[in-house]
Design a protein around this ligand. Structure first.
Ligand code: NAP
Length: 280
């Protein structure tokens, strides 16, 4: 499929941006799409779907809010249209296997099955927490504040690099033997939030700490900062999941697909610090 067009959805996001870059580096034609991109693709606006799907052989699917009924319906309708338009292959980003709180697991399963039901060769990626949450998303501000205050206790997570997720996605989109597979993508070691923050502190040379909060104190602090109630509830559940240790295992799937180990958090932290992402 290497000379045929790949549609990358969520192309401005943490994984989509990297998938598009890696495909282009391989000389694969890419159509990068999202609600704010030049090629506009919005899951909630079906008039944007057909133009994005023209003459495409494969799709990288990022569906924010995966786990909702509407998201699963949109994915089913979109992948049906994709198959009708001649698309043959799909890679979908989902959640760690069926036990992540927050999203409805039945709806996650429905979303995961949608591309296969549409007749596409499908690979599902189930990544753990991304490293880049600390540098490109909701954990960047806490890092910049110097005190990362979360209700994650000393629970361990096998954080994973969005670069490795993108590399696996590119293999699945362009290589053989990945159809029908679901990959649980973790980093090379489990670590607590205290460990992760300590790596960032070392990399930046700044005094940055981690303060474990009770779920109640965390929720009260978030509300005081005007954070929407839905996000407060979702993140309380997500951190409880981390605290429980349910995500504290290394899977080996990145190495199985790429033939090399996943990148370590400390290496990511050094590179991100050198790029100035945590400069105040
Ligand atoms: N972060 C984690 O630790 C983690 C862990 C496991 C799984 N996941 C899942 O991994 C997936 C990939 O996330 P990511 O980090 O690559 O993305 P991201 O950085 O959160 O960016 C979201 C992307 O989705 C696009 N988008 C937003 N609303 C949309 C809509 N209505 N229709 C179509 N596209 C829309 C955005 O485009 P615009 O910029 O144009 O708005 C952006 O490109 C998500 O489903 C996430 O839930 C994340």
């Amino acid at each position: 499929m290497n000379d045929e067009m790949i549609l990358v959805t969520g192309a401005t996001g943490k994984t989509g941006r990297r998938v598009a870059r890696r495909l282009r580096e391989r000389g694969v034609p890419v159509r990068a799409a999202s609600p704010s991109s030049a090629v506009r693709l919005d899951w909630n606006d079906r008039t944007t779907w057909e133009p994005a799907l023209r003459q495409v052989a494969g799709v990288y699917l990022v569906a924010p809010g995966l786990g909702g009924v509407q998201e699963a319906e949109n994915l089913a309708a979109f992948t049906d249209r994709a198959a009708a338009a001649g698309v043959r292959r799909a890679v979908l980003v989902s959640f760690p296997h069926a036990d992540t709180p927050g999203p409805d697991t039945d709806q996650v399963a429905a979303a995961e099955q949608a591309p296969t039901r549409a007749g596409l060769e499908t690979t599902v990626l189930r990544p753990r927490w991304f490293f880049q949450n600390f540098s490109e998303d909701f954990l960047r501000d806490p890092v910049l504040s110097g005190d990362v205050r979360l209700p994650a206790g000393d629970g361990e997570e096998a954080f994973v690099d969005a670069e490795d997720i993108a590399a696996v996605a590119v293999e699945a989109l362009t290589g053989d033997g990945h159809a029908g597979r679901a990959y649980e993508l973790s980093g090379p070691r489990t670590m607590s939030f205290a460990d992760a923050v300590a790596d960032i502190a070392r990399a930046t040379g700044r005094d940055i700490g981690y303060t474990p909060l009770s779920p109640e104190s965390y929720a009260a602090e978030q509300r005081a900062h005007g954070v929407p109630e839905e996000w407060v509830r979702l993140t309380v559940d997500l951190y409880a999941h981390v605290r429980s240790g349910a995500l504290g295992s290394v899977t080996g799937d990145v190495e199985r697909v790429l033939g090399r180990p996943p990148r370590d958090f400390a290496d990511y932290a050094r590179e991100a610090a050198a790029q100035g992402v945590w400069n105040t």
